[in-house]
Design a protein around this ligand. Sequence first.
Ligand SMILES: C[S@@+](CC[C@H](N)C(=O)[O-])C[C@H]1O[C@@H](n2cnc3c(N)ncnc32)[C@H](O)[C@@H]1O
Ligand SMILES: [Zn+2]
Length: 379
Amino acid sequence: MSENDGITETLEGSTRLLVPQDSLLMPAPPHDPAFYNPRARLNRDISVVACAAFARKFDGDALVLESHAGLGARGIRIANEVEQINHVILNDLNPGALDLATRSAKLNSCEDAVQTSRDEACRFLSKHAKQGLRGLLVDVDPFGSPSKYIDCAIRACAHGGILSMTATDLQVLNGVFSSACSRRYGGVPIRRTPHSDETALRLILGCMRTVAARMDATIAPLFCEADMHYYRVYATVLNKTDTAENLGIIYHCAECGRRGTSGSAVRCECGAAPGIAGPLWTGRIFDPEFAESAASECASHAVSPACAKLMRRAHAESAMPACYYTLDEVASRARASPPRLERMLGILEGAGYSASPTSLDTSGFRTSATMPEILAALA
Ligand SMILES: C[S@@+](CC[C@H](N)C(=O)[O-])C[C@H]1O[C@@H](n2cnc3c(N)ncnc32)[C@H](O)[C@@H]1O
Ligand SMILES: [Zn+2]
């Protein structure tokens, strides 16, 4: 690295990465000469602990495939920080990004574990759609929507492996461009609900489920993440027919605040016609065992404390109803200032309802109570 080539070294986790200086200085990281977003560190932390938790269960080689690796921040961290992983293939179309990845791998003395590939993402994944070449972990992290990569990513994922995907087309998934959402994900959201992030994640999972079902495969969600800039899902891919009823709709009644999932369109108990989102994934979105084992990996890896907190929340909410509430919407309906989250949960539990925080929103909570029941408990 010369002093003036615009490349600098940064530390993420316990991994040294060569990145464009501008990516550390500019609010929106540039795409040239290579893309690196320091603000996505938490999602790479999660990849590290998820990978560590998963690889611990496996004997033998666990191949990691990254179709949109950029300069290798995620893949090199996995190769360097997850002891059990000794083969990561980093694919990207940008040769400058791959060059930085190769140099970073050397800097961390993990060059033997890191291989690069310069192919179009679908072509790369398709080359790995063969027995013996499939990845136990397949990561898809494009600019925008991952929907066009779902087919080839599922084919490149080994039976029992994990497929992780990022979506950054937030406006589409939040209902600003509903027809684009229908085209990309096969379902539509409801605009401006307090639980829009969960709806968006369920739309991505619903699309993955539909595509998998066409190939006689099943997805089983493990973990979901919502950030201001991206959505991310982790799911196990199983080579078996999905016979479960896990596709349906989310309804949200603007009138009374009732919400939930259903197999088909419903009329609200209050008599109003609710907004309908879907078709989308209505099954479980957090796996308690996965959240617990990923949480336990946090202490032995150089990850943010937020990582363990997210996993603990995911564990707590894994068996709770879909469609969380937020303190602000409750306060606005109660015409009172919002209670603290802990107090809200205590009030609901005291009134005989189940309640938990959610990892998807710091002021969000899940409960078995409906909005009218929440307001009655608060009164
Ligand atoms: C969001 S960045 C990846 C960031 C990286 N995964 C990380 O964690 O730092 C998206 C990357 O996809 C690459 N890319 C875009 N279209 C592609 C395609 N069709 N096939 C392969 N790579 C592509 C870009 O060069 C860019 O490096
Ligand atoms: Zn209603």
